[in-house]
Design a binder for this molecule. Sequence first.
Ligand code: ADP
Ligand code: ZN
Ligand code: ZN
Length: 835
Amino acid sequence: MTFAEIAVNVPPVRGTFHYHLPPELEGRLCPGHLVTVPFGRQRVQGVVLRLLALADVPETRPVEALVDSVPVLTSAQLELGRWLAESTRTPLIDCLTLMLPPGLSQPADSLYTLVDPQTAEDNPTQARLLQLLSQRGPLRGRQIQHALPRAAWRKAAEALVHRGALLRTPILDTPRVQPRQVHTAALSADAGHTTTAAASLGRPGSPAARRRAAILAMLGREAGAVEVSWIYAETGAGLADLRFLEARGLVVLGARQVWRDPLADIDFVTSEPPVLTHDQARVWEAVRQALDQCAAGATVRPHLLHGVTGSGKTEIYLRAVADCLARGRQAIVLVPEIALTPQTVRRFLSRFPGQVGLLHSQLTPGQRYDTWRRARSGRLGVIVGPRSALFAPLPDIGLIVLDEAHDDSYKEQAQAPRYDARRAAAAYAGLLSALCLMGTATPDVVSAYQAAQGRVALLALPQRILGHRVRVAQQSARLGIASRYSPLEAEAESIALPPVQIVDLRQELRAGNSSLFSRALQQALAETLAADQQAILFLNRRGSATYVFCRDCGEALRCRRCETPLTFHGPQQELQCHHCGHRRKMPETCPACGSTRIKQFGAGTQRVEAEVQRLHPSARTLRWDRDATRAAGAHDVLLAHFANHRADVLVGTQMIAKGLDLPLVTLVGVVSADTGLNLPDFRAAERSFQVLTQVAGRAGRGLLGGRVILQTFQPDHYVIRAAAGHDYRAFYEAEIHNRRELGYPPFRRLARLILRHPRLEQASRESARLAASLRARIARQDVRADLIGPAPCFYARVRGLHRWQIVIRAADPAALIPDTLPDGWSVDVDPVTLL
Ligand code: ADP
Ligand code: ZN
Ligand code: ZN
């Protein structure tokens, strides 16, 4: 007999269990298969981890059935799952579930059937349950939950089952997604021989006969079966006409499985690879050699491609993907945010038409399922998507690219497993003999340190490529500066990064200018608009204004639920909490001292936009923030609008910092560079440097050049200075020095334990208790480690729950976390923030 070790999906059960294979499954099961198994009184799903000759328990139960005849996980994915479980301290099944398309994996449920309608109820809940079941017939637990959301119906059902009034049978939901079928029609084999006398198609000359003749003519031109919707569109015919022809043996109706493809409607032109610049050729040679070694089965270090925005990194990714495809292997390309994917996706689509699959959160379950299956079957060569696209089931992955690798969206922060796609990609690439290629303009200091140590290979593209000449040429011709444009050459030119001017806002205030824009920024904006060029004004938050505070007592208005400072929104005249979503009216007086001198302070995108309009009434402004781009696809529309010079000034939050190529932008004004610099977080400086560098890189990507004006209250801060000088090295040296002094990553790793609790006192008490037991553990193990906290988090209350944290700082903090933690605690190993 063969046994199987199976990880089951029955929250809160998290273990793996042994089952035996019934005769009909002998020889058909392998690791990675999704199966149903009995578990207690339920029937549940599980993933086969491995097959065994012996079970470690005397009595085993049989595997019931295969959910999918093809394994849902590759063996490399199973290994990646184990790595994730270990490194994030999360149960294996939760890590494996990440890799299954939603809708395929289903938690177990029960079906409740009323057997004795005459039964007497003991309490109102039982009465409601009995009434529900007698009205609607048998129902699943989830349906009952929906109908009686607040009732303790499970307890009531339990009692009724016990009494024999209800029958409970374990069931699994059928997968919510199915392959999609379309109806087709084709010419029958005899249609060619049959002389389709006009008479056989209906009354000669009638509209029906004409439609039917049109169908036959169209199908005659097609090689095989054609989707009926297409036939309807081409001929104006309907199903009745097809049925008519089918009845006469002229047409065969059928069905075909189709892929739901989110990219089907995107237009693109195929593009040829350009001749590489000298820098690119040097980088490409290194990447090509690494890919060679991978193909030979070697384990290759991750490669870090450090290149400013516009230096040609994407072109290197494209070559690497092409190389990988040519070897018959597949590639995964990770991008930080869905807002960015349209541009990146389009470049991959146009280079590899028909081979790119897109995975992201806005897909329908059907699209996601189909893309997942196309990946699994090897029909797709490239998968592009956010961090979760790492789990695409491609059969032989040779390359994993991470674009904008510094971006925090690569880290899952909301729920377990709290994995970091960058670390996971590096580990996965090692398992696969694949190349992990991470590109960024501003490497995080941990990666840069690893590169300095030789654990990561460093590649550099120090210069920007002058892109989009044609578009610039057209624009400059319109602007009357055509003489500055030189025609295309074999090799692209490079251009300098824009100069950055630091403006000290303290001096502006002293000089009596309390407006949002310094005199330097006002002048630069006026010049830019006068020259019919474009400007970007950058702000690190949204809303028409930011903190509201009292000019008399200094009290800032905070959210009552989570203590985050509230933001004032002009149009609704209300205050919003951006952390928990709470809203309230703007109060008339200060809640602390009663003063009426409470005002919004700081600036939001709407206020910046209003200020531009006040100064330049004829300027066309465009606002890009979360409020303005909530609708799907809005990013693309806004961007195209601005790129086509249908607006002069773009006002936006950190979203404008990345991913766009706008050659007519000659001025970037950073309205407040200090935002975020003084947050109580070990990465506050790094994050500020990254966003300032990215936004400064927006200026002057075309022939027209550009400049950046950076307004700050802290002009001497090393982050401000390094960002202004485009000086990554200077930033890195200062930052790595601080990290070493303070014992932060990369010198020691962190693990963050967060407790969420409705009661403040208890949160504090329970945190102290866990901290004490962790300290005892550390002392017993005799390792060098220390704890930060326990303390309330910076965002001390979220959605009504108090948040307390303990941070473990050690060489391997995960090893110090107990296997089970008390209720309410969550674990984040290698957190990207401590806020
Ligand atoms: P990054 O990914 O570093 O931001 P891109 O690869 O997007 O840089 O390159 C910037 C611009 O230069 C793009 O418009 C791209 O099409 C163009 N470009 C890249 N490499 C070349 C090349 N070898 N020759 C001509 N244009 C290039
Ligand atoms: Zn006050
Ligand atoms: Zn709140």
